[in-house]
Design a binder for this molecule. Structure first.
Ligand code: NAP
Length: 341
């Protein structure tokens, strides 16, 4: 019998790749979106090969029991929907509540069904650390420092993942929870929309960064993140959390790749990535919107170090090279018309 998967936020950057991969592998997918009749948001999903096996239903993370009527006949749930914004007006309303309530609703819906075998939660490196330091991050690490004022998006992801583990540790839960913790996700988009993570490249080209800064990210390709979710769903030995990141790249390297690809605009030239420049940038960050300011103060000058052996061993993930991912992202943004050459 064909197995069915509930994918929440199916039109999102990551979830649309998960949906595509599931359809390619012969699963039936029930995808939740805010409004299934908004063709601008979901038309590209309906045009996927095997979209005959895709059903779109409506759900909002803020609604009680958002997913309760969608799980009776599904075998797996992949909960990917969550607000992804670095700066918001109201942290509780715009980030924490939908992230936590949505996660609990997805788990409650799974618990209502006798058929769901496993729930995969898209968490984040944001639930692993508030700010990278010299330590090598593993699945045992938890973000203990973020708050509504300090890296609020990180706080929302940490609270949501903690709520998920608290839920699953209750008695009589008849399914497993497996959590994927991706670092910065880049790669080609299946739709014209720009994800918050790919927005980085556009911001660099548009002169949002006045200078080259000491910023370094752990990156992972969206196609590998999708693969990790699908393998986490079916691999019998999948268990616990999985750090999902391929390698690092800094702002200098990204800007060089963009320049080589012929990207025009206001690519930063002036180098403020040394110690003095970093100190100056941290001071200037106080004039930025609060979420961006706290991100800069906690990330400038640090390089994330992480261990990805668990996901490679248990799920057999062979990560694409970060340079390939960044080149593909830049070319994709050019093709969609978001970057000019
Ligand atoms: P995305 O493209 O913004 O996708 C987010 C999805 O969540 C969208 O489908 C969005 O729907 C949905 N959503 C947000 N608020 C909602 C609400 N109140 N009700 C219903 N749906 C709502 O972002 P993404 O990068 O694919 O992120 C997907 C997941 O990966 C998130 O959990 C994010 O925290 C996590 N993650 C992302 C990265 C990254 O670098 N991209 C890294 C680590 C973890 P609309 O389209 O209607 O807004």
């Amino acid at each position: 019998m064909q197995e069915r998967v509930l994918v929440t936020g199916a039109n999102g950057f990551i979830a649309s790749h998960i949906t595509k991969l599931l359809l390619e592998q012969g699963f039936a997918v029930r995808g939740t979106v805010r409004n299934p009749s908004n063709l601008e948001a979901v038309g590209f999903l309906k045009a996927l090969p095997s979209a005959g096996n895709l059903e779109l239903v409506s759900a909002d993370l803020n609604d009680e029991g958002a997913f309760s009527s969608y799980t009776e006949d599904v075998d797996y749930v992949i909960h990917a929907a969550s607000p992804f914004f670095i700066d918001v007006e109201d942290v509780e309303r715009d980030l924490v509540r939908p992230a936590v309530r949505g996660t609990v609703s997805a788990l409650e819906a799974a618990a209502k069904s006798t058929r769901v075998k496993r729930v995969i939660l898209t968490s984040s490196m944001a639930a692993v650390t508030d700010a990278p330091d010299d330590r090598v991050l593993t699945e045992a690490d938890w973000n203990e420092k973020s708050s509504a004022k300090r890296n609020p998006y990180y706080y929302s992801k940490t609270q949501a993942e903690r709520a998920a583990w608290a839920f699953i540790n209750r008695d009589n839960i008849g399914f497993d929870l497996v959590v994927i913790n991706p670092f910065m996700v880049a790669g080609p988009s299946l739709s014209t929309g720009i994800s918050t993570s790919n927005q980085l490249f556009i911001d660099i080209a548009n002169g949002q960064y006045p200078a080259l800064m000491a910023l370094n990210w752990g990156f992972v390709d969206v196609r590998d993140v999708a693969q990790a979710h699908v393998r986490a769903m079916t691999a019998p030995n999948a268990k616990g959390r999985y750090i999902c990141s391929a390698g690092n790249m800094d702002m200098h390297q990204i800007t060089d790749i963009m320049r080589s690809a012929g990207v025009r605009g206001k690519l930063p030239f002036f180098d403020m990535s040394g110690q003095l420049g970093t100190a100056a940038m941290k001071l200037l960050s106080h004039f930025q919107p609060s979420g961006i300011g706290s991100y800069l103060r906690t990330h400038l000058g640090s390089v994330p170090h992480f261990e990805n052996s668990k996901i490679r061993r248990d799920l057999g993930i062979e990560f694409r090279d970060v340079e390939e991912t960044i080149c593909d992202t830049v070319n994709d943004l050019i093709e969609w018309g978001h970057l000019s050459v």
